[in-house]
Design a protein around this ligand. Structure first.
Ligand SMILES: CC(C)(COP(=O)(O)OP(=O)(O)OC[C@H]1O[C@@H](n2cnc3c(N)ncnc32)[C@H](O[C@H]2O[C@H](COP(=O)(O)OP(=O)(O)OP(=O)(O)O)[C@@H](O)[C@H]2O)[C@@H]1O)[C@@H](O)C(=O)NCCC(=O)NCCS
Ligand SMILES: Nc1ncnc2[nH]cnc12
Length: 286
């Protein structure tokens, strides 16, 4: 019986890691995304390509697997927080080794890593709300092994007095839960294709996120352009309408002109797809 439950846990861990990797690849390939790497090209980036994003996603499979295994049916406590922190930092190193030192997915390791842990802590059976809250509880605990780094994200949050990647997870993913997931469902319900619905979900995040990648590269001008441009796409009826597509093209041009890339919003789209997949009724695997 014990062997059976170990085999079950191992299969679930592998399943969660596969979903997380696939969500990163789906996000990277989704097109056309303003300023971001997609199937068309490199967006506002000189050092990122779609091939590199995909290699990075594959390199994270062992990290997601280890996070799921170590978190399986565990409570949110400091011991688990420190284990997850160590595994996340190892994952960042693996990503950097796979990409030759380019930061492709640091924010995604954080957001998706904590969601993978949260799903495993719940034994895989959780509502979207429980998943987000469990991840938030774990992310809010102190990790005494975390090195003190003054990252680009921290600099931007201090300079502009806005929340960043840390707060998004600690506050239980407000941009995913209140904006992206509802938009994904609405767009699907009104007949958008899956790609259009995902682009609409990305727009919903971009209407309000204080994306520290955009702030670091293009300041408040870039952030305002991102938020207003995304609102214009949704107000025009979203990406399934001709007017919405024109507004999206305009936003893409504006982001490229400002050298702005909403990498944080892209990570949160991957997190949205993960929650959508793990919590959907078809996900009866668990
Ligand atoms: C909590 C950490 C994410 C660290 O956060 P912090 O803000 O201190 O550090 P950054 O190194 O700046 O990383 C933050 C990344 O998070 C994404 N992001 C940005 N804004 C938000 C937001 N409002 N909400 C959610 N997520 C957000 C974003 O990641 C994406 O962009 C990356 C590319 O960015 P950048 O390096 O700036 O790239 P370029 O613009 O191309 O650079 P240049 O060309 O200009 O040089 C890419 O990675 C995307 O993923 C931010 O970059 C976390 O790392 C942490 O504390 N980890 C510790 C380990 C741990 O506890 N792990 C547990 C879970 S596994
Ligand atoms: N598609 C993408 N392009 C650029 N940066 C990203 N960070 C996460 N996804 C990204």
């Amino acid at each position: 019986m014990k062997l059976l439950s170990q085999t079950h846990a191992e299969a679930q861990a592998s399943h969660l890691a596969t979903i997380a990797r696939d969500c990163l690849i789906d996000e990277a390939r989704l097109s056309p995304k303003p300023g971001l790497v997609d199937s068309r090209g490199n967006g506002a980036h000189r050092d990122l390509t779609l091939a590199l994003m995909e290699r990075s996603a594959h390199s994270l499979m062992p990290t997601f697997l280890a996070l799921a295994r170590h978190s399986w049916l565990r409570p949110a406590d400091i011991a688990l927080r420190e284990t997850v922190g160590r595994l996340g930092r190892d994952g960042e190193q693996q990503m950097m080794a796979a990409t030759g030192g380019v930061n492709t997915h640091r924010g995604a390791i954080w957001a998706l890593g904590l969601l993978v842990s949260a799903a495993a802590m719940q034994g895989g059976t959780a509502t979207a709300d429980t998943l987000a809250r469990t991840a938030a509880a774990l992310a809010s605990l102190p990790d005494s092994h975390a090195p003190r780094v003054f990252s680009k994200g921290l600099k931007a949050t201090h300079r502009y007095q806005v929340p960043g990647a840390r707060e998004e997870v600690q506050q239980a993913f407000p941009h995913v839960m209140k904006l992206a997931l509802p938009q994904l469902l609405i767009s699907r319900a009104v007949g958008a294709s899956e790609s259009e619905a995902r682009l609409d979900a990305l727009m919903a995040i971009m209407t309000s996120l204080s994306d520290t990648c955009v702030l670091s590269r293009a300041g408040m001008t870039g952030l305002d352009a991102m938020q207003q441009g995304a609102r214009a796409v949704l107000l025009a009826g979203g990406c399934r309408t001709a007017a919405g597509q024109r507004a999206l093209q305009q936003l893409d041009r504006r982001m490229l002109a400002l050298n702005a890339s909403p990498g944080g919003a892209a990570d949160l789209l991957a997190a949205t797809l993960f929650i959508d997949r793990v919590c959907s009724p078809e996900h009866s695997y668990f």
